[in-house]
Design a protein around this ligand. Structure first.
Ligand code: NDP
Length: 296
């Protein structure tokens, strides 16, 4: 297995965070603006707590303000909407992220729709989804944005490439399709009802997989020399008794024998998501203050 097949998302994300930190310093020095992100966490979902803790640390390292709100599991929808209203009105808050999943008494769409689209750094608001779908500038969801950056870093111009995306969720699959269409790929979106998925995958110069099923994509589904972006994060029993480990949606060890480039799990797409969140917060702060965004 030669190393240049591995797409090192961890290293790329570190570089992006560094560029964001430089721009954050410039914004502070030239305009007196410190970008601020409010992450709203409802309840005690352990994976969400880890994500929010990592995010807070990386925000602070990049010189940004991390303004978290943690609310109890039994928070009502009305109470959460009141928190969103307060954050929408707070000029120190440039970005708002509501950590999903939310407890069952809260409708996530109502909450997402209540966020000021200019502060919607996750890019999930209807307005931002519409801007992306019509090829205009808005806030782009972090995970697919990170995938596109990794692809362009590896392959350069993506024009004319055949891209297959497995998964059609609103947070990964659909915005990924828009971004690759925008990059002039020929895009196929596959899902659980797709006929002969292996054959569809074998046509892919670019294969992006966001399904949530451990190692579902087999080595011989990969087009020889193709580029594979594995978004999946699945915790499975480890090789040692009582331990667990993370794997992607792609059978990495088999797929790397076919692929020209492939993201590992962990260390591929995961680190890009938070780095892109920092980037989006910086972009939001610049746009809200009429400052040009440079260098990222
Ligand atoms: P969803 O559950 O919302 O969507 C999964 C998609 O996979 C659906 O479109 C579903 O199809 C499709 N699917 C399910 N089973 C199959 C199958 N057998 N064959 C083909 N398609 C199938 O998941 P998300 O998009 O939210 O997340 C996907 C994965 O990515 C998860 O592992 C998640 O943890 C990870 N993730 C990682 C992030 C990161 O930062 N790296 C960020 C976000 C997610 P259908 O629509 O027909 O049901």
């Amino acid at each position: 297995m030669s190393d240049n097949r591995i797409i090192d998302g961890k290293a790329f994300a570190a570089g992006l965070r560094e560029r964001v930190a430089v721009e954050t310093d410039r914004l502070k020095a030239d305009h007196g603006i410190v970008p601020g992100l409010a992450a709203v966490l409802v309840g005690e979902d352990p994976a969400s707590q880890v994500y929010v803790r990592n995010k807070n640390r990386q925000m602070v390292e990049a010189g940004m303000l991390s303004l978290g709100e943690t609310l109890p599991e039994d928070t009502t929808q009305a109470d959460l909407l009141a928190v969103i209203d307060k954050l929408n009105a707070d000029p120190a808050v440039n970005g708002i992220l509501v950590q999903l999943p939310l407890p069952s008494q809260i409708d996530p769409n109502s909450v997402i729709d209540a966020i000021d689209p200019a502060k919607d750094v996750d890019g999930f608001h209807l307005r931002n989804a519409g801007l992306l779908a019509t090829g205009r500038d808005g806030m782009v969801p972090c995970t697919p944005l990170g995938c596109r950056m990794l692809l362009e870093d590896r392959l350069g111009d993506l024009t004319g490439l055949n891209a297959v995306i497995v998964g059609r969720s609103n947070i990964v699959g659909k915005p990924m399709a828009q971004l690759l269409l925008d990059a002039n790929c020929t895009v196929t979106v596959a899902h659980s009802r797709t006929d002969d998925l292996p054959e569809v995958c074998r046509e892919a110069d670019i294969l992006v997989v966001a399904v949530g099923r451990p190692q579902m994509i087999k080595g011989d589904w990969i087009k020889p020399g193709g580029t594979v972006i594995d978004v999946g994060i699945n915790r499975v029993p480890g090789r040692e008794e009582g331990k667990t480990r993370l794997v992607g949606d792609v059978d990495f060890e088999a797929a790397v024998e076919y692929a020209g480039g492939i993201t590992p799990v962990p260390g591929g797409v995961g680190p890009m998501t938070i780095a892109c969140l920092l980037r989006n917060t910086l972009v939001a702060a610049c746009r809200q203050n009429g400052v040009e965004v440079l260098g990222i």
